[in-house]
Design a protein around this ligand. Sequence first.
Ligand SMILES: Cc1cc2nc3c(=O)[nH]c(=O)nc-3n(C[C@H](O)[C@H](O)[C@H](O)COP(=O)(O)O)c2cc1C
Length: 308
Amino acid sequence: MKVFGICCGRKNGNTEILMKEAFKAIQEKCGAECSFVRLQDAQIRACVGCETCMVNHLKGNWDFRCVHKTGSDHFYFIEQQMRQADAIIVSAPAYNLLPPGILIKFMNKLHASGDYREVVHHNNKIGATFTLGGTDWTNYTLAAANMLTMELVGSYEAVVDKCHFDFVPSVGAIVLEEDMLARIRQLGGNVADALLAKEKGEMPSYVGDPGLCPDCHSPFLEKRADGWYCPQCLTKAKLTMENGELKVEFTPEERAKNRWSFAGQEVHDNNIRKGHKKAADSREYIAQRRKEYADYMDALELPELVKE
Ligand SMILES: Cc1cc2nc3c(=O)[nH]c(=O)nc-3n(C[C@H](O)[C@H](O)[C@H](O)COP(=O)(O)O)c2cc1C
């Protein structure tokens, strides 16, 4: 069995120390082979928005590569590690309340991973996520990192645990936090248990903090014109007051429409197709208007860079 970790903190910093603590617990319980990548050392070229991968995805053509060819950055090296892994742990420190940009850059390229998503939909890898911050200014960090984990393992059902730690600003200071180290060992143990259960043909189940949404377990609600939703799954919530307490429920009917379900993804793909069709029907008009905007103003010319 193989476990692959994605880290995007400092070299031998808090995130990496936690990842190694999780690995120790995994190895003790199930002997899995563990490795991780330090994204801060990796070259991940930013998605240029050409949408080659999206267009191929919509056609059901998996046999394509990103315009940033294999070997021109580390995306496909990491993708290979993901393919070989039975479990993937995504970790991130908070940068401006979010995971670091390098993790988002990596996530932006996932469409270019050909049939990877198809493979994980059927193969059910195990996932887990942990994040931490220097203070408690960390609101979106865990939810955003956990979305990446879900994408890498195919569904929220396969993400068995997630946790977050606040108030660890100094490099390596996580070693002072026995309760946090214990919690991450527990996360590692939960990943190992899920791997062992999977070997027996059992489905993985989530054992982390319940959160609000029963699918992504995030703590968020979003107000829309027709009600309240889980912003991650786009599942409509039913809100009631019970003894002065707000009660949040998600019915099975609404959960079935979850944006990450096959049906939800089909709606999403069809919306993109509809948008492209609308634009294709007015191709000449769009070209003329784009030219007007292009002629109106160009972006600032960027200065030459100094080679380091
Ligand atoms: C650019 C940058 C932005 C940061 N933004 C936040 C933040 O919004 N909230 C927070 O709690 N910590 C923030 N931090 C602190 C890190 O999350 C914290 O130092 C963490 O321990 C780093 O983990 P590491 O040792 O694995 O690199 C930021 C750090 C950097 C470098």
